[in-house]
Design a protein around this ligand. Structure first.
Ligand SMILES: Nc1ncnc2c1ncn2[C@@H]1O[C@H](COP(=O)(O)OP(=O)(O)OP(=O)(O)O)[C@@H](O)[C@H]1O
Length: 531
């Protein structure tokens, strides 16, 4: 909790050294008042002096670390600083405009505007402008509700990763360097217009020379590693200073956060890792006899490196694109069931699970199969978490909130005794509210006979916001009982809520946790749902 407290303090600009009045006091018994007061004062004073000395001793190491890290960052640091200033000025002027719009209103400035650039909305915008590292940091905040204040976790769910495209000439240069030979000896054709452009990578359609196979090439954007080094070093310095200023801050947690961010970012900019993840998912499909039902793009290792990833091109539409999907398959419900069974099966039988199956990464393919894209973020489940997760999922399916509570207690590290009955009652309230809220939203969308893609999308966005709020509720209630979950649990739960949303959209009458066709817990034996 120390991390949360301090980070909250920072976010409201209130970080300070521990004042005298809050120093722990050891009460000696049976002493006259004056002596007691003196003893109390001198103990507090001693403690303060010891802490100060302790800190002063650490100061040279901190300065050395900062200097060393800044030297490692080199001129990239200055460049990043300039970009940072530009981003602050940009979002700052947006904020000023918004302030001036509300200046004449009688209700005064909304809290969002009062907090300035530190408010969730403007901080999210600032992160988006700052690019790759901060977008990933934002996405990390969104996935770590136990560490950050809920309003930030909620807002950062919408940290969009879109960035201007890098000119095609530059992309061609990178491809030539990475392939080590003229690109036209490998590719017969590359589409100069990118299929997608995010902060870290850009994707182009292409055709392999000789075989004529359609592929996509995911290219790491130039200079992205430099930006990462500069940004991660900056984040490291900030963490060190925080530790220095607040000795009460749990060091292990803060270091773990920085380590987690660092590791997940470095994994994402190494396409060899993504290639390994896709390949292991494909092996899982093969081993389970699921290749006729689902796929992930085949990787062309001979045309892939750390910086470029050449993959089979899939053709299809996102599973949530209701109108398009109906033109491809007669029963979107069956498609959804397949997707769910394949994903749940991977939890058990694959080395890692796809931890980012948002709508853009889950496709209904033209050939009828389900396509899983983008294996940049994966999770791994420890046996302990998985065992508790099994019970958790079973308990959802039978609406047994007491076993749900005990599964959550098993998963969440706590030294305290938890009142599992009260916890169960609180969980029940949350899950009941999920059912009510979502059904309402989706039914409203479905009744609209003129529904077009935009209408559906608007409703889905609204629905997603609610789902996230409910997901945060589960975590918040658990936290109030002293539970702290491993991050893989948050990844899993978030994914389940995404799936719940797809279910309400594609198969409103189906109960994901009860339907016999969905093997939530054990998917070793694939049932034939097509008979
Ligand atoms: N194998 C593929 N076949 C067809 N299109 C693809 C393929 N891989 C990627 N794309 C297209 O490129 C887009 C971005 O790809 P991907 O999700 O892998 O990159 P990303 O940089 O991680 O993007 P994001 O973070 O937005 O998910 C996909 O949404 C899809 O439109």
């Amino acid at each position: 909790m120390a991390v949360v407290t301090v980070l909250r303090g920072v976010s409201h600009g209130r970080l300070s050294l521990l004042p005298h009045s809050q120093l722990p006091i050891v009460r000696p018994r049976n002493r006259p008042n004056v002596l007691r007061i003196f003893a109390r004062y001198s103990q507090a004073h001693d403690l303060f002096t010891t802490r100060l000395q302790d800190r002063l001793e650490k100061l040279p190491k901190l300065v050395e670390d900062i200097v060393q890290t800044s030297l490692n960052t080199g001129p990239r640091g200055a460049l990043r600083l300039a970009q940072g200033v530009q981003a602050v000025v940009g979002v700052g002027s947006e904020w000023l405009q918004d302030v001036s719009k509300t200046a004449n209103s009688s209700t005064g400035l909304p809290t969002q505007l009062q907090l300035g650039l530190l408010s969730p909305l403007y901080l999210r915008k600032l992160f988006e402008r700052m690019g790759a590292t901060y977008i990933k940091l934002g996405q990390f905040i969104a996935s770590a509700p136990t560490l950050f204040p809920p309003e930030y976790v909620q807002e950062f769910q919408y940290c969009f990763d879109r960035a201007p495209a890098v000119p095609f000439e530059e992309i061609k240069t990178i491809l030539g360097e990475e392939l080590g030979r003229p690109i036209d000896t490998v590719f017969e054709y590359i589409d100069p217009a990118p299929l997608a452009s995010a902060s870290i990578a850009q994707v182009h359609g292409a055709r392999i020379r000789g075989t004529g196979e359609d592929v996509v090439i995911k290219v790491l954007k130039p200079g992205i590693e430099d930006i990462l080094v500069a940004d991660l070093n900056f984040i490291y310095i900030a963490a060190r200073i925080l530790e220095f200023l607040s000795p009460d801050l749990s060091r292990a947690s803060l270091v773990a956060i920085v380590k987690d961010i660092r590791e997940s970012m470095l994994e994402e900019v190494d396409f060899n890792k993504e290639a390994t993840n896709v390949e292991s998912f494909r092996r899982y499909l093969e081993a389970m006899g699921l290749t006729r039902q689902a796929t992930a793009p085949k990787v062309y290792p001979q045309y892939s490196t750390k910086r470029i990833l050449t993959m089979e091109r899939l053709y299809g539409v996102p599973l949530t694109d209701l109108d398009s999907i109906k033109s491809l398959v007669s029963s979107p419900e069956i498609s959804l069931i397949t997707a769910l069974n394949v994903w749940f099966g991977s939890l058990l039988a694959c080395e890692s699970f796809h931890a980012d199956v948002h709508a853009g990464n889950l496709w209904q393919l033209r050939d009828g199969r389900i396509g899983f894209l983008d294996f940049g973020i994966v999770g791994r489940i420890s046996p302990k978490t998985w065992a508790a997760m099994e019970v958790f999922l079973q308990s959802i399916s039978i609406e047994d909130y007491e076993s749900m509570a005990s599964a959550l207690i098993d998963m969440g590290a706590t030294g305290k005794d938890v009142d599992s009955k009260a916890f169960a009652r609180d969980l029940e309230k949350i899950f009941l509210s999920i059912q009510d809220l979502d059904t309402e939203v989706i039914v409203a969308a479905a009744r609209d006979t003129n529904t077009n893609a935009n209408t559906v999308a608007a409703n889905v966005a609204f629905d997603e916001r609610q789902m996230n709020a409910l997901f945060l509720d589960v975590v918040r209630v658990s936290e109030s009982y002293g539970l702290k979950f491993p991050r893989e649990f948050a990844l899993l739960l978030k994914q389940l809520l995404y799936f719940d949303r797809y279910t309400r959209l594609l198969a409103p009458n189906m109960n994901m946790y009860r339907d016999q066709r969905i093997e939530l817990v054990s998917n070793r034996r694939q049932r034939n749902i097509y008979q």
